[in-house]
Design a protein around this ligand. Structure first.
Ligand SMILES: [Zn+2]
Ligand SMILES: [Zn+2]
Length: 179
């Protein structure tokens, strides 16, 4: 079950963004979060307008799947577009357009051009005295071997790539899945 939109069943839940109560009967956005204590998904709730600012990619996903009427759908979509442009992916692994031309692919060791799609994965960096963790970058086509080592890689990349347009994400998915 992915993220969801539903009418608030009670007035008790508070919005995770603005901390105000979400009134009973209004549409709210639920971000699915892992739940270690119970079966089934657990949700963190947001007002739709708050989610458009804080969780634009996740709200877009939920809006796309929501069949009901959303009173300010057009305004929400506009807010989503605006805030998605500013979003920076922070949870590894993710895909993005390289903001600079300074990174090098971990597999083929060729530089990744500015604006080119790249996949960021966690890697261990041996500094000589200790091993730290940081992001390593890959061409989508070069990331295939990581996809083989981690069967959920594409699923995680889809969740985490908050700054990518759907068409770019599909291009990354095709490269990861490709022969
Ligand atoms: Zn709110
Ligand atoms: Zn490469």
């Amino acid at each position: 079950m992915p993220h969801t939109i539903e009418e608030a069943k009670s007035g008790r839940a508070a919005c995770r963004t603005c901390k105000e109560k979400i009134e009973k009967g209004v549409l709210r956005f639920g971000e699915e979060v892992p739940n270690q204590f119970a079966e089934g998904p657990s949700y963190q709730w947001h007002h739709l307008a708050c989610a458009a600012k804080k969780k634009p990619a996740q709200l877009e996903q939920a809006l796309g799947a929501f069949a009901g009427d959303v009173p300010d759908r057009a305004a929400l979509e506009q807010a989503i577009a605006e805030h998605k442009g500013k979003a920076r992916a922070t949870t590894l692994p993710y895909a993005e357009k390289a903001p600079t031309g300074h990174s090098r692919c971990m597999v083929c060791e060729e530089p990744i051009a500015k604006g080119e799609l790249r996949v960021a994965v966690e890697r261990e960096v041996d500094t000589g005295s200790f091993v730290s963790r940081g992001a390593g970058y890959l061409h989508p086509a070069c990331a295939k071997e990581h996809a083989e080592a981690d069967p959920d890689l594409l699923e995680k990349v889809r969740q985490n790539s908050v700054s990518l347009a759907p068409a770019d994400l599909e291009a990354v998915a095709a490269a990861l899945d490709g022969e």
